[in-house]
Design a protein around this ligand. Structure first.
Ligand SMILES: Cc1ncc(COP(=O)(O)O)c(C=O)c1O
Length: 389
């Protein structure tokens, strides 16, 4: 009776079953995979948000499919502060970055068409693609002298390839799409007539001392969709506001915009209160982002210390940006078995294979947002699991 789009929903795995059982048994579990900022103490207070969301105007709907000009101006100002002038008519508001992905997939792909995606990458992409009837064709990111770069031999066209996704900076690797990889992607897209889709939700979280190559909204040649949203930029996932910026040659921008407007108009999914609050949210978010960057650096330092004293034979991958760490496990330790032991010891983390990290170099992916005490507790439990692996 049901569509095969949801065939992914029929697969269960031993790890999530073990987690559910432990929680059902009422036993404690430190969640080192939780990347919800509010759970880690990074949230706006109700006293701060209340007045922003109770403005005159919240009683009306102005059904502009691109979104209210005031909110789009706030987003243009966000880019201006990052050195890029974005005309308002290139900005489309959606309720989440995930929804923005779905819209761009609808815009570019017929059912069965294909998009090139980086591997590793965050697993939600597979779900969104499956729901849109789109197939993902991975291209590999490989570590070269401590840097993640595109393995160009794996960037290949299929018969129905329509676009290339990239994540700047990536989750979970934290790698920016640097100049070399931008040239690779631009050249490949131009040669094969493809669009680029660049997810920049973690753009404002470079690690200290890392020079960010910046946003890619200034692209003038290649058909380009840049995606971002308040869930990471302003640490307000609950408010549901994200956006797509269309860039590239003027005729493309016009035609893509006209079509994207039809998609957005069919849903009109963005609520008025958040649009009226967008300017204040974006202008006032930096202190909270700075606190997140500090927390992430603190936990990363704790992880590195743990590796030197307890988690010997483990490695911490370089993290140019973002909120996650990749912990390399000793060769021969199986990710799933190690994490099943971890659940028994009271800690939950994601195996690298969830993100398409190669199992030949086993790894686990940890959220660095976690409260530092809980983070140390989680590491102590991982330590016990490691001793049993
Ligand atoms: C790289 C990346 N893009 C997009 C999203 C989803 O963002 P949103 O909450 O705006 O849908 C996530 C969520 O973690 C993410 O890691």
């Amino acid at each position: 009776m049901f569509s095969s789009r949801l065939s992914f929903a029929d697969t269960t795995n031993a790890l999530s079953k073990a987690k559910e059982k432990r929680l059902a048994d009422g036993l404690p579990l430190v969640d080192l995979a939780d990347s919800n900022p509010a759970n880690a103490g990074f949230a706006w207070s109700a006293a701060e948000l209340g007045p922003l969301l109770r403005r005159d105007g919240i009683q009306r709907q102005d059904p502009d499919p691109r979104g209210l000009p005031a909110a789009r101006t706030a987003i243009a100002d966000y880019y201006l502060a990052r050195g890029q002038r974005v005309p308002l008519d290139r900005i489309f508001l959606s309720s989440s970055t995930s929804e923005a992905y779905a819209w761009v997939f609808k815009l570019l792909c017929n059912p069965g068409d294909e998009l090139l995606v980086p591997e590793p990458a965050y697993p939600l992409l597979e779900v969104i693609a499956a729901l849109e009837g789109v197939t993902l064709r991975p291209y590999r990111l490989a570590q070269l002298a401590g840097e993640w770069v595109i393995d160009t031999a794996t960037l290949t066209m299929g018969r129905q390839t329509r676009g290339i996704l990239c994540i700047n900076p990536s989750n979970p690797t934290g790698a920016f799409v640097g100049r070399r990889d931008r040239d690779v992607l631009r050249g490949f897209a131009l040669k094969h007539g493809l669009a680029l889709i660049c997810d920049e939700v973690f753009l404002d979280y470079p690690a200290e001392g890392v020079a960010s190559p910046g946003t890619w909204v200034g692209e003038t040649q290649v058909p380009m969709f840049v995606l971002s949203g308040l869930s990471k930029v302003a640490l307000t996932p609950q408010l549901k506001l994200a956006w797509v910026v269309v860039a590239g040659a003027p005729e493309f921008v016009r035609e893509a915009g006209r079509r994207l407007e039809h998609i957005a108009d069919a849903f009109l999914s963005v609520n008025t209160p958040v649009q009226l609050a967008a300017s204040d949210l974006l202008r006032r978010a930096e202190p909270l982002r700075a606190a997140v960057r500090a927390r992430v650096a603190q936990n990363e330092a704790a992880l590195r210390t743990w590796v030197t004293v307890a988690g010997q034979r483990c490695t911490v991958y370089p993290r140019p940006a973002g909120w996650t760490a990749i912990l390399g496990l000793p060769p021969g330790v199986a990710e799933e078995r190690f994490l099943l032991r971890g659940v028994e010891e009271g800690v939950w983390a994601h195996p690298g294979y969830f993100y398409g990290l190669p199992e030949s170099t086993p790894s686990v992916v940890l959220s660095l947002l976690t409260n530092p005490d809980a983070f140390s507790q989680g590491l102590a439990a991982l330590d016990k699991a490691l001793r049993r692996s």
